[in-house]
Design a protein around this ligand. Structure first.
Ligand code: IPM
Ligand code: MN
Length: 352
């Protein structure tokens, strides 16, 4: 198979983790006989510094020409005081919109060899295997009106959703639940927000088409607590953009480190794959970052965009082997000297 992939290393540790993930991708290509057609583009702060825009036209062109995009991370401290539209993050929001990737799949699992890496008790995190389905193209991130009033006396953002936006991501969550443990927990704040009441109403409507899947509703504050209290109770968690962003960081605690979490952003056609973590400028360039979130995202790409299930399984098994060997980066609090980003990437490729 011919795999046309755009690489967007982005900012901070993005380049390092993407480098390790590409090495794994190449190892998969070699082992299973797939040709890789890789292109590379600019996104985020690096793109602003080089072109003046966080999402240059050339990047847009490349993204539309590729079947899948692998992104590293975006965000640089020098833009901390810039308005949202001129920040590195605006590039990521723009590419999500252009690709119309409305369903962001964020699997959270506790690998057996990582139970001691989580600061939570073993008995709590053991066996965690949940999938957060985060709506990615609506809500507070995109709603209007937005802005800081010219007189400096007020500011607003808008959490808004259309029926169609809720319907499509709900279908995705229910279809995924069918192949898992057949339970969807829809997370909202319907005791306060109209948009959440609307969300809940539409989720209930769509759920009627999936009678084999159990639906439960949970308020977002309670969901944050249940994730650390009883994470095994979750199968698929469906939620809007901002809630999903916040709750998936809690997932990092369950997995041992946010560096472990991969993600797949899916729409009708192209896919965008990105680790859940940020650009971590404090450790950038030090060969310290955990590349397994990025490598797991490669696995997700093979599965969801290319339908290469065997290959995806091979990547995940290789990750499991490396974790079991104890050769992991510092964020996972290994008992011996931490491995470097490159060493982990190489170890996964070799395990393949
Ligand atoms: C994430 C990140 C992004 C988000 C930022 C970088 C815009 O936190 O993917 O979770 O909020 O979606
Ligand atoms: Mn986030």
């Amino acid at each position: 198979m011919n795999l046309t992939i755009l690489l967007l290393p982005g900012d901070g540790i993005g380049a390092e983790v993407t480098g390790a993930a590409v090495e794994v991708l190449k190892a998969v290509g070699k082992k299973f006989g797939h040709t890789l057609e890789l292109s590379e583009g600019l996104l985020g702060g690096t793109a602003i510094l080089k072109t003046g825009s966080p999402f240059p036209d050339e990047t847009k062109r490349l993204a539309l020409a590729a079947d899948a995009t692998l992104m590293g991370a975006v965000g640089l401290p020098e833009f901390d005081n810039a308005p949202p539209s001129q920040r590195p993050e605006a590039g990521l929001l723009a590419i999500r919109t252009v690709l119309d990737v409305f369903a962001n799949l964020r699997p959270v699992r506790t690998w057996p060899s990582l139970v001691d890496s989580s600061p939570l008790k073993n008995a709590v995190v053991e066996g965690t295997d949940m999938l957060i389905v985060r709506e990615l193209t609506g809500g507070l991130y995109y709603g209007t009106p937005r802005g800081i009033a010219a007189d400096g006396g007020s500011a607003c953002n808008t959490m808004s959703y259309t029926r169609a936006q809720i319907e499509r991501v709900t279908h995705t969550a229910f279809k995924l639940a069918r192949n898992r443990h057949k339970k969807v927990t829809s997370v909202d704040k319907s005791n306060v927000l109209e948009v959440s009441q609307f969300w809940r109403r539409i989720v209930v409507e769509i759920a009627a088409q999936y009678s084999d899947v159990k639906l439960e509703h949970m308020l977002v504050d309670n969901a944050a607590m249940q994730m650390v209290l009883n994470p095994r109770s979750f199968d698929v968690m469906l939620t809007e953009n901002t809630f999903g962003d916040i709750l998936s960081d809690v997932g990092g605690i369950l997995a041992g480190s946010i560096g472990m979490l991969p993600s797949a952003s899916l729409g009708e056609s192209r896919g965008l794959y990105e680790p859940v973590h940020g650009s971590a400028p404090d450790i950038a360039g030090q060969n310290k970052a955990n590349p397994l979130g990025a490598i797991g995202s490669v696995g997700a790409m093979l599965e969801y965009t290319f339908g290469l299930v065997k290959e995806a399984e091979a990547v995940n098994n290789a990750i499991g082997k490396v974790l079991a060997s104890g050769r992991v980066t510092a964020d996972l609090r290994p008992k011996r000297t931490p491995a470097t980003t490159q060493e982990v990437g190489r170890a996964v490729s070799e395990a393949l």
